[in-house]
Design a protein around this ligand. Structure first.
Ligand SMILES: NC(=[NH2+])NCCC[C@H](N)C(=O)O
Length: 656
């Protein structure tokens, strides 16, 4: 009692006692009770939030926080209509998609799918009748102007113009906001993750993982999640032993003078050569890994010096690519908890000893995890199991996303299922996902190489991107109109933007063919095409002498008409942005967002070609009229494009 009140007054005085302080056993119990309760409370809050997010919040009107997802709204409306038309059906499918034809703005194609479901229930109806019945049951709502049934049973949906106008106005006055995605999640993204002892080639996976991973993080941040980006560096395996041994040979007095490796690539290549060719070296390399893993001070010192050089090079690459807040947490980080995690796996009855190794058979997988090698060492599998445990229990992540090449799918899935089998998580409720991707190929469809057949270093690749982008901008005479600073900014924005976009605009699941020429094609689906389009839109107001504050003042005051079909088409395309974001939150296929932005530019061009925004005198070229309502549409387009660029990690520049 006494120590408790002592602690309370200490807290009141701002002197927090550390847990290392000696205190009574009762106090200790109270403390642990408190922390348990705190944990339980956090857990309950999370469950509550998850429940709430499952609830049916159908908002048809956007607010300060969220834009409306029209597809979600329509799906819910048609879901309800199907329910009222056919109350006996269980989980009938609702498919609503934007119309590709001239009829209607969206289309509900559920009727065809319902024929069989109804027949199974003994109801005979043709799809047209079903469609009509659904259409009759759509409830009153602000979104839909009218529906009609066409063809074999399509339901065409026409949006209310006033509604679209309101939402465009909201977009202008409140900015681009994410769609509603439910409770805020703690999202942990395992990305980039190079091996320190491997030369970083483009054909290797690091660049893709970095680019795709970063876009996914930006997407999750955009919708409001709490994102932790982890660099799961390969810094603890046998390759590291090679480097340490070579380092010790090459710099025998490394303990006193901290030498610097001048050329890491050559150093890595040399170490590998020696490992492959010198038996004695190989044996020492193996021995030094064992020493490192038991924290032998000399080995740790050599290891630290090597890792520092590597980290420096990585930092440079990340800086060039605008990769921020990536936390280095390599395999080595998990070493101290590995023994405990092995014990936990033992206790769950998942491990067994075979041929001197401790392995873990996981239901549904044909290859076991190797948890402890016969020499007592830990493996890549062990570090991933330890990382999973740490991420679930210590980081308390709601989602774990691993942006790792496709070839590691089996390894990762086995680890995830092992964690589930050990009762660490339920894969139905905790989103643990391998976000896989293919390799980068050259134009010959083989692994990306130089003309001499050598693998291309990531650094050289970025340099080449800069060179090509500079040449392209000069070709277009941009160096004549931009000052040096602007030119350099444009050169970088184009080079890195195009490199990222080339990757992101392909379906990540497949290998993709990279070409510098295609990447910089200003007419194709490339970053530079989008950047030019964006810049042109931005310059419309400037060219018409309309100041940003004039546009600001017109929002909500100047009525949009959307009377021209091309205005209408552009406006609808703009309001699809939240749907794209929602879909991407589901599948992390970022090429969908790229395709959307490309399509948006197409809609904008059609609008621009068909509708006067700024009217000029044909002979003098003087501005005679500014159609402010259309200028507002241009502004809305620019806002959506900026949001898209931000998610993809592509820079915009004021002048190009
Ligand atoms: N948690 C993980 N296993 N992340 C991926 C690590 C990738 C590994 N360093 C490699 O280059 O192959």
């Amino acid at each position: 009692m006494h120590s408790l009140s002592a602690e309370i007054s200490a807290i009141q005085e701002g002197k927090l006692t550390s847990s290392a302080d000696v205190c009574s056993p009762e106090l200790e119990i109270l403390r642990s009770e408190k922390s348990k309760l705190k944990y339980q409370m956090a857990h309950l809050q999370r469950s509550l939030a998850a429940e709430e997010s499952k609830g049916s919040k159908v908002a048809f009107v956007s607010d300060k926080k969220n834009m409306v997802s029209i597809m979600t709204g329509l799906s819910q409306l048609f879901g309800q209509a199907i329910q009222s038309a056919y109350p006996d059906l269980v989980d009938p499918p609702t498919t609503v998609v934007p119309s590709t034809q001239r009829f209607g703005d969206y289309q509900c194609n559920s009727a065809m799918g319902l024929v069989k479901m109804l027949k199974d229930k003994g109801v005979k109806a043709n799809p047209r009748e079903i469609a009509q019945n659904i259409a009759n049951n759509v409830s009153e709502n602000p979104l839909i102007e009218k529906v009609d049934v066409a063809g074999p049973g399509f339901i065409n949906v026409y949006l209310t113009k006033a509604y679209v106008i309101d939402e465009i106005n909201n977009l202008l006055s409140m900015g681009v906001r994410p769609p509603y995605v439910g409770a805020r999640k703690r999202v942990l993204v395992d990305m980039s993750s190079p091996n320190i002892a491997k030369v970083m080639h483009v054909g290797h996976y690091v660049l893709r993982s970095t680019i795709i991973g970063d876009a996914i993080c930006r997407l999750c941040e955009f919708v409001g999640h709490d994102v932790l980006k982890l660099n799961h560096l390969g810094d603890w395996g046998i390759e590291i032993g090679m480097l340490i041994t070579n380092f010790q040979d090459e710099f025998p007095n490394y303990l006193s003078i901290s030498p610097l490796i001048q050329d890491l690539t050559t150093f890595i290549q040399e170490s590998k050569q020696r490992f492959d060719n010198e038996e004695e070296f190989k044996a020492r390399a193996y021995a030094s890994v064992v020493k490192l893993q038991s924290y032998d001070p000399d080995c740790v010192k050599a290891w630290t010096l090597i890792c520092d050089v590597s980290r420096n090079e990585l930092r440079n690459i990340y800086k060039r690519l605008d990769i921020k807040n990536l936390v280095d947490r390599g395999e080595s980080y998990y070493q101290p908890i590995m023994p405990k995690v092995v014990e936990i796996l033992d206790k769950s009855g998942l491990t067994k000893v075979e041929d001197g190794r401790k392995i873990c058979w996981v239901p549904g997988h044909s290859v076991p995890l190797t948890i402890v090698k016969s020499d007592g060492g830990f493996t890549y599998d062990t570090s991933d199991m330890a990382a999973l445990h740490q991420r679930l229990f210590k980081e308390k992540a709601d989602w774990l996303l691993y942006v790792v090449n496709q070839s590691q799918n089996e390894h990762l899935e086995t680890c995830y299922d092992a964690a589930a089998a050990a009762g660490w998580c339920d894969r139905k409720t905790t989103r643990i996902e391998h976000v896989g991707f293919g390799v980068v190929l050259g134009e010959d469809k083989k692994r990306f190489k130089t003309v001499y057949g050598d693998p291309v270093l990531v650094v050289d690749f970025l340099d080449e991107g800069i060179r090509r982008s500079e040449a392209r901008l000069r070709e277009e005479g941009r160096d004549k109109v931009l000052n040096e600073e602007e030119f350099n900014a444009a050169k970088e924005a184009v080079a890195y933007g195009c490199i990222k976009y080339a990757d992101l605009s392909h379906n990540r699941v497949h290998d993709y063919v990279f070409s510098f020429d295609k990447m910089l094609d200003s007419k194709g689906n490339t970053a530079v095409y989008l950047q030019y389009a964006y810049m042109r839109i931005q310059s419309i107001a400037r060219a018409a002498n309309v100041k940003p504050e004039d546009i600001e003042a017109a929002i909500g005051k100047v009525q949009l008409s959307l009377d021209h079909p091309k205005e209408w088409k552009l406006a609808k395309c703009l309001l699809r942005f939240p749907d794209i974001v929602l879909r991407n939150m589901d599948d992390f296929l970022m090429h969908i967002l790229c395709e959307y932005l490309y399509e948006l530019c197409g809609c904008f061009t059609e609008f621009w070609d068909a509708c006067y925004v700024v009217e000029k005198d044909k002979t003098t070229g003087n501005v005679v009229k500014v159609n402010m309502d259309r200028l507002l549409l241009c502004t809305a387009t620019a806002r959506i494009m900026e949001a898209g660029f931000r998610i993809l990690g592509i820079r915009t520049v004021a002048k190009m």
